[in-house]
Design a protein around this ligand. Structure first.
Ligand SMILES: Nc1ncnc2c1ncn2[C@@H]1O[C@H](COP(=O)(O)OP(=O)(O)O)[C@@H](O)[C@H]1O
Ligand SMILES: [Mg+2]
Length: 246
């Protein structure tokens, strides 16, 4: 593990809780109490707008990863203005995380994988030293995505992901579960925002549900999302008749 918690320090110039992003409950609560990461794999689950991306981007920036998505230790990762949360967020680092951060940009291993931007980014850096050898434009979006992830298994690091399931089929999601598990076993840490009941079932993962209540730890079985999927798959009509006139 590299990061065992996040919070926002009080300091001399405290942020205004009535201004975004502190108006998002999951972010605002960081002013009062830290959010802990207790397992090598943590999933952030919650409705659209619940603050998952804001949190993941903030952590990425606080760790020196480009919030557009990309690998740690890259030059251009550091000369963009940070988001308001990225500027304020305090990381509770493990000894290992602290060692990585203090040993400078080049020694840092980590990656921020954002479904929205990854493919364009991947094409731009394809073939660059330190990235991957394959020409990703010859692969489908989902295949390219898994190639990127597989090539990241080489060095233990901090991996942040924002809805990585977006490009993936059911079978590819299963492969991603395997990859995440391998990453965790090889000493990496993953913090992943997801809507996927497949990914969030990764064995040993910690699940934090974010929403109007703020953020709370929960079990896969008790996730609202999992309940909805179960009921939808067993009888889509029960949901759809409320939306579509017969
Ligand atoms: N740059 C921004 N300025 C103001 N509000 C924002 C900004 N980015 C996101 N928001 C708002 O913050 C909330 C949380 O967004 P986000 O973290 O993207 O949610 P999620 O990833 O869980 O869907 C949403 O209500 C969104 O509209
Ligand atoms: Mg999001």
């Amino acid at each position: 593990m590299f990061v065992q918690g996040i919070d926002i320090p009080e300091g001399l110039d405290p942020p205004d809780p009535n201004v975004w992003p502190y108006t998002v409950p999951a972010v605002g609560r960081l002013l009062a109490e830290p959010l802990e990461f207790r397992a090598p794999v943590t999933f952030l689950v919650g409705e659209n707008g619940s603050g998952k991306s804001t949190l993941v981007e903030g952590i990425a920036e606080a760790y020196g990863l480009d919030a557009r998505g990309g690998r740690a230790g890259r030059k251009y990762a550091n000369n963009r203005p940070k988001t308001p949360l990225g500027e304020r967020l305090r990381l509770d680092l493990t000894a290992r995380g602290a060692r990585q951060l203090s040993s400078g940009r080049r020694a840092r291993t980590g990656y921020f994988l954002r479904a929205e931007t990854t493919f364009g980014f991947a094409e731009a850096v394809s073939g660059m030293h330190g990235y991957w050898e394959e020409n990703l434009s010859e692969h489908s979006h989902g295949e390219g995505f898994l190639i990127i992830l597989q090539s990241m298994l080489d060095k233990p690091g901090l991996y942040l992901m924002d809805e990585p399931e977006a490009a993936l089929s059911f079978m590819s999601c299963l492969r991603l579960v395997g990859l995440m598990h391998d990453l965790a076993e090889s000493g990496s840490q993953i913090i992943c925002a997801t809507h996927s009941p497949i990914l969030s079932a990764t064995p040993g993962a910690d699940i934090i549900e974010v929403g109007d209540h703020g953020a709370r730890r929960t079990k896969w079985d008790e996730l609202e999302m999992v309940d909805h999927w179960r009921r939808y798959l067993s009888d889509p009509g029960r949901y759809l008749r409320h939306l579509i006139d017969a």
